[in-house]
Design a protein around this ligand. Sequence first.
Ligand code: ADP
Ligand code: MG
Length: 697
Amino acid sequence: MLQDEITYLKGVGPQRAEALISELHIRTREDLLLYYPFRYIDRSQITTVNKINGESIAVQLIGKIISLKEIGTGKSKRLSGIFRDDTGDIELVWFKAPRWLLQHVKVNESYVLFGKPTEFKGKYNFSHPELELLEDARIAQGSELKPVYGTTQKLITKGLNSNGIAKLTRVLVEECKSFIQENLPDEILQRYRLMSRHDAIAQVHVPTNQQLLESARRRLKFEELLFIQLRLAKQKLNQTKLERGVVFQKVGDLFNRFYHEHLPFELTNAQKRVVKEIRIDVARGHHMNRLIQGDVGSGKTVVALLAALLAIDNGYQVCMMVPTEILAQQHYATLSSLLENIPVRTELLTGSTPKSKRRHLLQDLLNGDLNFIVGTHALIEPVVQFKNLGLCIIDEQHRFGVAQRAQLWKKADLPPHVLVMTATPIPRTLAMTLYGDLDISVIDELPPGRKPIVTQWKSDSRRIEVFQFMENEISKGRQVYVVYPLIAESEALDYKDLIDGYESIVRRFPLPNYHVSIVHGQMKSDAKEYEMKQFVEGKTQIMVATTVIEVGVNVPNATVMVVESAERFGLSQLHQLRGRVGRGGDQSYCILMTGVKVSNDSKTRLETMVRTNDGFEIAEVDLQLRGPGDLAGTQQSGALELKIADLAKDQVMLSAARELALEITDEDPNLSQPKNQLLLQELLKSSETKSDWSKIS
Ligand code: ADP
Ligand code: MG
């Protein structure tokens, strides 16, 4: 019944069915049942025109459209109407109004209008309001809560606007309710006080009242999150418990010698904890897949190095992969100097490694003479073969695709342990979903003695002051970054900003006393390298750049980060940029420059930057502002395409679902117990996971 094609549902037919499939992937009755409304309009709340003010959020009005006409020309051409109720008139506008609107909206008939009023030149209007004939609104629904469904232009032309879809789902719920099967065991329903599945699905489409609707949504969100978490828990189980991994049995000589004699500082407690987590992981005989999250400057490198020494102590090789050539060089330099008195052979391999050197390196990797290799994407190439690769360390993980990582796995008989390090903090709940199959370690403590970076937000009009400040810092021997936004590599305007900025800085800070570097994406890579090097070596005092420098460069002597047009950057980007300073012992500053007018969201971002240096807090604000889909590195993740739950808003529920999933898979890894059969069936239903679960059953 539920698998019947949608065509045969009353009110659908072949044409609409075709549109439902192509536009929304709705093929069966079940697909439509699981197509939930994204919002509800409370029809008991009707406002009047005279009550509309600046605080009004989305409101409903009942009245008539007394006129409707096209006005303006060219770009300002629009459809304008006057809506009237007993208390007054208000304007309606549609830009790029589709013709069908003009044809279908009936003047002098009563409508229910839904929308958010906006202010324009001291008057309020509605742009692109939703309209429904009062008559239709009355008959469409018995309930006060009207569901709103996502739809598309093509569906609308076939009569399937939100109301059209609502009519279908009403019929569907009537016909199918008794066929909807429970997919959660009784025990779980009772423990979490969840509504039954068929009631919940009926309620989300045809709500009786607010309270039942809330319970229904809660039930469906929990279900959705639980199955995601069960899948992830299973994947993790396969990797960590079921799949054999390299064993690093002992903590050997190299590790101990480095730890006790050559560590230049005492590890922070957070670093110690993470090293311990890694040590336990790699000794268990299962594959380690661990993500280390640590804010910029939290000291991830030395943790990675200790892990590498563990591997080498046990006779294995290690590779460290980073996203850029400059970073690779820096890491290589840092690691080599830390390892100065330790008998470990470390080498660098990048795209610019000379051919002959490269040939030797590859040979030594293959015969095992080389213990530790640091490099860029060049490491992925098939020609790079190891004798016995035991550990892969990946820095700044979000720049590498999953597929690229997988290439590294293939370089050994047993999958090497994997340590992913990221400086982009991700809110805990988001990490649970995005990296639910990884173990997560958090370095949530900065090394002692760091002075928090002072962040200020200044408008462009105070540039003279900012230049003066730069001059003062430079006179103390410090260096300064000035960063310009670059949204798309091709945007000529952005380059003009950058070049203009560079020229005004050179005028203000002229030769021979001052030297200014410039780096941007349109430069040849050797020119870029050269300029960067000049700055790293302290030969230039100012680095004017685009976000090329965002990732990883380490110049401890740089104390000022000036970000131009800061309103155009995302929060995590601003935080990354700020992380370029404050790397030495000196007080550092981040100055965010903007125009006078900025949007509310930009304001929140800038104020957050001024208020806190805590990357996790910043990530949390970012999640609330942008939603999970837009966060750095999360774009391609299908894990975030949720039907009803919201990772930003349903964090408590997500944690509960995660805990339950781990509890269940701990106790019954294959879901073979009778009480878990409903769960297993549901998981087997989605073809994508089929192989995963059938492998073990
Ligand atoms: P990130 O986590 O951003 O990669 P790094 O590993 O580059 O951070 O460390 C940043 C700086 O802090 C380096 O100069 C490093 O030597 C120093 N550092 C790391 N751990 C400690 C510690 N426990 N005490 C003092 N300094 C430390
Ligand atoms: Mg680092």
